[in-house]
Design a protein around this ligand. Structure first.
Ligand SMILES: Nc1ncnc2c1ncn2[C@@H]1O[C@H](COP(=O)(O)OP(=O)(O)OP(=O)(O)O)[C@@H](O)[C@H]1O
Ligand SMILES: [Mg+2]
Length: 471
C-alpha cells in the first residue's frame, strides 16, 4: 500500500451467523460435518466497503444504530476478521472501542495498564516509564489498585483512554467512548486528541454528534446497513446522515438511493493537510430567526447563577511563562459573586490576576472562550497595542476583568487567559493558560436561536401577496 496511507480497505464484507433460537447454535455445533445442515442465517453487517484513510487524516464515521460503525472499527483494529475483502493498516493502532479496551476484569487497573500497554506494542519498561502519566491522566485515585470489575463505566473509559493516548499511537480509533466521561474529562481528551492529530497521527472517530464530527474531522463517511453510502467533507456527510435519521419510513429507501447516487467525492481522502481548529475555518453554527425573543435578561437586573465545586477544568495547560504568572482565573457576577453555572442573557465578568516577577512594558491581557471540543467561539484583548500598559514593575499584581454578556447556548465552555508584553521590540506572551476556567450555561427550554451563539436575530415576517395565510 502507498506509504501515504494509514488504512486501506478494499471490498470489505463482514457477516455474522444469526440463530433464530439459542438451541440452534448447539444443533449447529453437533450436526455431522458431512452433510452439515445450516441452522443459521448470515447477517451482512458490512457489505463491500472501499475506504482509504491518509496518514494524518481525522476521519469521522457516522450512521444510524446498527449501521456497522463498530463492526468496521473492530475489523480495522483486528478484533474481528473480515468475511471477505482486504484490510491493510500501516502503523501502531490504539483503540477505544465501544465494549472497552479488553481489560481483564479480575486484574487491577495497574495490572491492566501493563497488559493493555504491552498489547499495544510497548515493552514493560516503556509502560513503566509512562505509568505515572497514564495514572495522572486517568485520575481515578486509589482505584488504580482495585480490580477493574469494581469500576464504574466512566472510570473504565478514563483508564482505557489514558493508556490508548499515552502509547503514542500512529492511528487512534475512538468509538463513542468519550460520551461516558464527564465534561472536564472530555475536554481533556479532546485537547489530547488534537495534540495527537497535530503530531501527525491518524484518527478514526465514531460519533453521533454532528458538532463533534464537523469540528474535529477532516472527512467523514456515512454507513447505512453495512454500506458506505456517503464519503466527503464532514458538513456534507453529516447533512446526509441527518436526512437519513429524520426520514419518514416511506421515504427512507428513496432518500437512501438519492444519497447513494449523489456522492460528493470518490473514496480519495479530501485533504492532505490538517486544517486548523480555529473558528474561522468551521462555519458550523447556523442561526435561524429567533422571532425577537433573544436575551432573557436586561441590563441592570442582577445576574443569576451559582458555583458548582465539581466544575473545575482538568485540562489546564500553562505555556510561555516569562516573568509573569496568571492566578485565580474565575467568573463572577458584576456584583462580585463567584459563579460557574451561568444563565444565558445575563452579564458576567471573567477575572484573573497576574503577578509580575519582572518589570515589563507594553502589557496587554487576553481571553478566549471555547467549546468542549476546542472550537474558538470568541474572545478579546484588553486594549489595542498602542494603548497597552507602558510599564508594570516587578512585584506588582494586576487584575484583568473582562465583562461580557453570556449569549451562549446551554452547554459547557472553557476560557483561556493570556498576558502579552513587549520584549526586545516584539510583542510576545509572557504567560498563557489554556483551559484556565470552565463554566456551564443553563439550557434554555424556550430558545429559538440555534448554534452556539445567540446573535439576537430579530426577524421581520410579513405577508407580501394578497393571498390568505392561516396559522
Ligand atoms: N457478534 C455479532 N453477531 C451478530 N450480529 C452482530 C454482531 N455484532 C454486530 N452485529 C450486528 O451487526 C450490525 C452492525 O452492528 P454495529 O455494532 O457495527 O452497529 P453500529 O453502527 O456500531 O451501531 P450503534 O450506533 O448502535 O453503536 C447490527 O445489526 C448488529 O446487530
Ligand atoms: Mg457502535
Amino acid at each position: 500500500m502507498s506509504s501515504e496511507l494509514a488504512i486501506r480497505i478494499e471490498g470489505l464484507s463482514k457477516s455474522f451467523p444469526i440463530y433464530d433460537q439459542p438451541m440452534h447454535r448447539l444443533y449447529q455445533m453437533l450436526s455431522p460435518r458431512k452433510h452439515k445442515q445450516r441452522w443459521y442465517r448470515q447477517f451482512q453487517a458490512l457489505n463491500g466497503i472501499d475506504l482509504s484513510v491518509r496518514k494524518g487524516e481525522t476521519l469521522g464515521v457516522v450512521g444510524r444504530n446498527g449501521s456497522g460503525k463498530s463492526t468496521l472499527l473492530q475489523v480495522i483494529c483486528g478484533t474481528l476478521t473480515p468475511s471477505a475483502g482486504e484490510v491493510q493498516v500501516n502503523g501502531r493502532i490504539a483503540a477505544l472501542l465501544e465494549l472497552g479496551a479488553g481489560f481483564n476484569p479480575e486484574f487491577t487497573g495497574r495490572e491492566n495498564v501493563f497488559l493493555y500497554g504491552t498489547v499495544l506494542g510497548l515493552t514493560r519498561q516503556q509502560v513503566q516509564e509512562r505509568f505515572d502519566e497514564i495514572a495522572a491522566f486517568a485520575d481515578i485515585g486509589e482505584f488504580i489498585e482495585q480490580p477493574v470489575k469494581n469500576y464504574s463505566s466512566g472510570m473504565y473509559v478514563r483508564l482505557a483512554f489514558a493508556v490508548a493516548i499515552n502509547v503514542t499511537p500512529d492511528i487512534l480509533v475512538v468509538d463513542e467512548a468519550l460520551s461516558v466521561g464527564d465534561e472536564a474529562f472530555q475536554r481533556k481528551c479532546f485537547a489530547r486528541i488534537n495534540r495527537i492529530r497535530d503530531d501527525g497521527a491518524t484518527v478514526l472517530f465514531v460519533s453521533h454528534s454532528a458538532g463533534i464530527v464537523t469540528q474535529l474531522c477532516d472527512r467523514a463517511v456515512l454507513l447505512e446497513r453495512g454500506e458506505l453510502l456517503s464519503n466527503g467533507s464532514p458538513k456534507f456527510v453529516v447533512s446526509r446522515y441527518h436526512k437519513m435519521l429524520y426520514a419518514p419510513l416511506d421515504r427512507l429507501e428513496a432518500i437512501r438511493e438519492a444519497i447513494r447516487m449523489e456522492k460528493e467525492g470518490s473514496d480519495r481522502p479530501v485533504s492532505a493537510t490538517l486544517p486548523s481548529l480555529s473558528a474561522t475555518d468551521r462555519e458550523d453554527a447556523k442561526l435561524v430567526s429567533d422571532a425577537g425573543r433573544t436575551s432573557t435578561a436586561s441590563s441592570g437586573s442582577a445576574s443569576r447563577g451559582w458555583y458548582d465545586d465539581g466544575l473545575v477544568p482538568k485540562s489546564t495547560v500553562r505555556y510561555d511563562t516569562r516573568g509573569a504568572r496568571i492566578a485565580a482565573p474565575h467568573i463572577e457576577t458584576p456584583d462580585g459573586r463567584k459563579v460557574n453555572v451561568l444563565h444565558a442573557g445575563d452579564e458576567y465578568v471573567y477575572v484573573f490576576q497576574v503577578h509580575f516577577q519582572e518589570s515589563v512594558g507594553g502589557v496587554r491581557f487576553g481571553m478566549l472562550i471555547k467549546t468542549l471540543t476546542g472550537l474558538e467561539l470568541g474572545g478579546a484583548a484588553s486594549s489595542l497595542p498602542q494603548d497597552s500598559l507602558a510599564l508594570v514593575e516587578a512585584g506588582r499584581t494586576v487584575e484583568a476583568r473582562f465583562r461580557f454578556r453570556c449569549l451562549l447556548d446551554g452547554g459547557t465552555y472553557f476560557c483561556n487567559a493570556g498576558v502579552l508584553a513587549r520584549i526586545a521590540e516584539e510583542e510576545t506572551y509572557i504567560d498563557r493558560l489554556i483551559d484556565a476556567a470552565m463554566f456551564r450555561v443553563m439550557p434554555q427550554p424556550e430558545r429559538l436561536a440555534t448554534g452556539y451563539v445567540d446573535f439576537c436575530v430579530s426577524p421581520d415576517i410579513a405577508v407580501v401577496d394578497a393571498g390568505k395565510v392561516s396559522a
